[in-house]
Design a binder for this molecule. Structure first.
Ligand code: ATP
Ligand code: MG
Ligand code: MG
Length: 370
């Protein structure tokens, strides 16, 4: 069987490996962490830095195709790999997603709105009228996730000290919008531009971290369709190959702006494993191998709840998994991480029910009993 390679061995890599191996592929994971969640699920674990020459040569010579599970991989390493084997998404697409300034400018250039933002390369860029962006959020251009590297600011003075406190690195100052709702759409696109879009998820965040995804999103079908078209438009504009996740803000008047993109499967798409004909991870395998995207039909309304380290007991004791395992319509997914730190994504569970509101109510009740 062909070998597939993935840069990164976190939970996304682990779920990718599961999908790939189910389909009969072998998997090589590159991750510097000996305990990476995907390591136990891989045929080969290259335990080395992401830019390690020997490891990259190994991927190039043994893998029929290579993908990534996170956007902060070295885009040049991906471009180099692409000279030797099939690589998706492209290093160029990943480079866009790893820098908020490039990302937002590029989304606007593709004809879609973002929140008003000011690109800050140096402190000098703050010496302008900031009133269009306040109150706002100062976000580092690079390496932020789960709300890390973000500071809420309401005055020019706060903006300046937030910029300094973030270390004077490139940032965006983004206007704080009144959100009615957050939603996401995940698309798959192949080299010959065949595409498929998963059902839109309605996402609730807690402290900047995804908490719950509700599918189908409780929005008008017209709005769901519009959001899916916007995600497809971005994939086309990037000539994207692979799985692309797009996060959106829905404003009070039902207008939609793009928040950010991820060049990979997404936390808000984990529901697809239990509730869709094809999962987002199978879709990643399919697109990287040049197969047609699988059907994305939703088999049942579903709610996904993230399990952060916070639900572990203070003495490190495990939550009460029995209540989840005993619920016949709940599915528990644990990522095999050893240390349960607050805010760390340890696992998730889904609840499937004929009515999405029932699934939500049951999911919330289950979380409370953990
Ligand atoms: P991820 O883990 O999804 O990559 P991130 O760290 O890149 O997250 P963002 O998606 O930029 O962070 O923001 C996290 C959350 O903060 C958003 O989902 C939203 O709830 C809130 N937020 C961010 N920007 C804005 C904004 N301009 N107006 C209102 N809320 C915002
Ligand atoms: Mg992000
Ligand atoms: Mg986000």
């Amino acid at each position: 069987p062909a070998m597939l390679g993935i840069l990164g061995g976190g939970q996304l890599g682990r779920m990718f490996a599961t999908a790939a191996k189910t389909m009969g592929y072998r998997v090589t994971v590159l991750d510097p962490d000996a305990d990476a969640p995907a390591a136990a699920f891989a045929d080969v674990h290259l335990c080395a830095p992401y830019n390690d020459q020997e490891a990259l040569h190994m991927l190039a010579s043994t893998c029929a195709a290579v993908t990534t599970e996170f956007e902060n991989v070295n885009a040049d390493a991906m471009r180099w790999l692409a000279g030797h084997t099939r690589v998706s998404p492209s290093g160029d697409a990943v480079a866009v997603a790893q820098n908020r300034i490039l990302e937002k400018s590029w989304i606007n250039k593709a004809g879609l709105p973002t929140a008003p933002f000011l690109a800050l390369e140096t402190v000098e860029d703050l010496h302008v009228d900031l009133s269009n962006y306040l109150p706002g959020i100062m976000k580092t251009a690079r390496l932020g996730y789960d709300g890390k590297g973000q500071v809420r600011v309401s005055t020019p003075e706060e903006a300046r000290s937030a910029y300094a406190n973030l270390g004077g690195q490139a940032c965006v100052l983004e206007k704080m919008l009144d959100l009615k709702l957050e939603v996401s759409a995940i698309v798959a696109r192949t080299t010959n531009a065949q595409e498929a879009c998963f059902p839109v998820a309605e996402n609730r965040h807690e402290n900047g971290i995804l908490d719950v995804s509700i599918v189908p999103a409780r929005i008008e079908p017209e709005l769901a369709h519009r959001v899916q078209q916007m995600a497809l438009q971005l994939a086309n504009a990037l000539d994207y190959v692979g799985v692309l996740a797009v996060e959106f803000f829905v404003l009070e008047d039902d207008s939609v702006v793009v928040n950010e993109i991820a060049p990979r499967p997404h936390n808000s798409g984990h529901y697809t494993i239990d509730a869709c004909v094809t999962s987002q991870f199978e879709q990643q395998v399919r697109t990287m191998c040049g197969l047609l995207p699988g059907k994305t039909d939703l088999l049942s309304p579903v709610v996904m709840v993230n399990l952060l380290g916070d639900v572990w007991r203070e003495d490190g004791g495990e939550p009460n998994w029995a209540v989840l395992c005993e619920a016949p319509n709940a599915k528990l997914h644990l990522y095999g991480k050893k240390a349960a730190r607050p805010g760390r994504k340890m696992g998730h569970f889904t609840v499937l029910s004929a009515k999405v509101d029932d699934a939500l109510e049951q999911a919330e009740a289950l979380k409370d009993t953990l």
